[in-house]
Design a protein around this ligand. Structure first.
Ligand code: ADP
Ligand code: MG
Length: 392
């Protein structure tokens, strides 16, 4: 889909409401991982350099529609300032007198940061009055927060509709470009690797990938349910027994198209997370075993499949990679993705963490920051925060 671009907006001397993803970990008033702030900074700088009054906004954490000092964006402002290379004034308000006064006093090139959007209950409820109040702060609107684009919140959906002049920022544009390539026009063979804890929550995406990919590789906890669906024993492993029929439907969707489904041929089992692991064939999982990773034969097979891919998408770890003893499968997939000469995309919170842990992020075609949003996009669902930015 074609998005309206930020570059095409006239911003000089105008107030830009800029929705960012500054949802970073904050502990005791200190920002932990700065990745999201560092990535957002060039967008802020570009607008300020073009003479805009930048009114940046974001949510942080799970604020419940009321101020919560522990979730204030205040600690983010100095970090943003350092990455942007321009002063960033933290406003400490959203749509009240303080915010209006700060905007009125701002000069072209100034950067303001509003308080956590979720301090107002109108944000998540997409409340029209809150949308109108946000709208009144600015002349034009830019959304560069792909990770929340699947939510119809005030700052992502409601307010966007109130601006005649609205556009996608560069991070958003890059996400949509990469994910569209995978979903709408993948170079084939297209290999999709899906893992993680559970099938539920990724159902639509799995169904969509089963009807798109040439090879669907299933790993991680979710593969257990598929193994059960194929009549294999999974012992005490994480499994969603109520989704066995759904798993069969997904296998049937892929099978009917002649697509290949790859399940792990061997697995690493243990009696618990702290017990030593053993490699067993997938058909030899004992009643007391928990499957906690894919085995070496599966790693080799998946690497082989990925080596032949011209498009590869990966979401979801192959095992409990947080534990070193069960991380080999996940790290092997990260390495195999990096080694692929095809167009490679990785999405999902834990999968992206694994990519960084493996040190291969720079060797991938695209690392998607929007976990839920990227999965919904690949599933073909309409993302309210993206749809509103489409070319008319
Ligand atoms: P992502 O965030 O990349 O979309 P998920 O949130 O779906 O991934 O799943 C990540 C979690 O899945 C990890 O915390 C990992 O420990 C867990 N996991 C993977 N394989 C297994 C398994 N075999 N048993 C239990 N948990 C698993
Ligand atoms: Mg996750």
């Amino acid at each position: 889909m074609a998005l309206r671009s930020m570059d095409a907006l006239a911003v000089e001397g105008r107030r830009v409401l800029l929705r960012l993803d500054l949802n970073v970990p904050v502990k005791d008033g200190k920002v932990g991982d700065e990745t999201r702030i560092r990535e957002a900074a060039p967008t802020v700088r570009a607008l300020a350099d073009r003479g805009a009054v930048v009114i940046a906004c974001s949510h942080l954490g799970r604020a419940k529609g009321a101020p919560d000092p522990a979730l204030s964006l205040a600690p983010v402002a100095p970090v943003l300032e350092r990455h942007v290379g321009r002063p960033v004034r933290f406003v400490g308000d959203l749509v009240g007198d303080t915010a209006r006064a700060a905007v009125a006093a701002a000069r072209p090139g100034d950067v303001l940061l509003l308080e956590n959007l979720r301090f107002d209950k109108g944000e998540e409820s997409n409340d029209p009055a809150f949308c109108a109040a946000l709208r009144a702060l600015a002349d034009v609107y830019v959304n560069d927060a792909f990770g929340t684009a699947h939510r119809a919140h005030a700052s992502t959906a409601g307010v966007a509709q109130l601006f005649a002049e609205r556009a996608a920022g560069p991070l958003m544009a890059r996400e949509i470009h990469a994910l569209s390539k995978v979903r709408d026009d993948p170079a084939r063979p297209f290999v999709a690797v899906v893992g993680g804890a559970k099938i539920s929550g990724k159902l639509e995406t799995l169904q969509s990938l089963a009807s798109l990919a040439d090879t669907l590789v299933l790993v991680g906890g979710m593969a257990n349910t598929f193994m059960l669906a194929q009549g294999l024993q999974v012992g005490r492993s994480l499994v969603e027994a109520d989704l066995v029929d759904t798993a069969r439907e997904i296998l049937a969707t892929a099978g009917a198209r002649g697509a290949t489904v790859v399940l792990p041929s061997d697995v690493v089992v243990a009696s618990g997370l702290d017990a030593p692991g053993r490699v067993v064939p997938a058909a030899a999982v004992g009643p007391e075993d928990m499957i906690l990773d894919i085995g070496p034969a599966a790693r080799t097979a998946i690497a082989g499949v990925l080596a032949g891919a011209r498009t590869a998408f990966w979401n979801g770890p192959a095992g409990v990679f947080e534990r070193e003893a069960f991380a080999a499968g996940t790290l092997a997939i990260a390495q195999a993705m990096a080694a692929s000469t095809g167009f490679t995309v990785v999405g999902g919170g834990e999968s992206v963490a694994a990519v960084h842990q493996a040190g291969v992020a720079a060797r991938l075609g695209h690392v998607s920051t929007g976990g839920g949003a990227s999965l919904e996009f690949l599933a073909g669902m309409v993302l309210p925060g993206v749809a509103v930015l489409g070319e008319p």
